[in-house]
Design a protein around this ligand. Sequence first.
Ligand SMILES: [Zn+2]
Ligand SMILES: [Zn+2]
Length: 141
Amino acid sequence: MHTSDTPAPLEGGCLCGALRYRLRRVQSAYWCHCSMCQRISGSSALPWATVARGDFDVTHGALTTYASSAGVQRGFCGSCGSPILFDMASEAAVDVTIGTLDLPDRLTPTHHIWTTTALAMSDGLGPGLPRHAAEAPADPA
Ligand SMILES: [Zn+2]
Ligand SMILES: [Zn+2]
C-alpha cells in the first residue's frame, strides 16, 4: 500500500478518551525497535506514522510531554499514559503511534528501523520489509 494514497484525515486518541487528535496526511509508516520505544510502550516494537508538523492537530485535551533526549519531546496522555507523539525539534515532521489511531489498519508500515535492538520475539513483525540498523536513509529529495 502507498501511504501517500491514504484517505485523510485519520483520527485517533488515547485509551481514556481525554486526548483526541487528527492527522491530515501521512508521509510514511514504519516499525521502530529502539530501546526507548520499547520502554515507553511496554511492547517489543512500536509502529509509527510520520506526518508534517502542521498535519498533526490535537482536537481534544492536551498532550503531556517528556524530554526523552536532547531536543526530543515525547507526548502522551497525562491521564491514562497512552504514548501518542514523538517530536524532534530539528525535524519538519513528527511521528504518531499507529496503535492509537481509531482505524490502525488503514496504515501499513513499509520498513523497520533500529533493528540492532530488535527483540527475538519481534521476528514475525512485518516480514519481508527493509530493515535498517539505525535510522532509515533520508528520502531522496
Ligand atoms: Zn488518556
Ligand atoms: Zn524508537
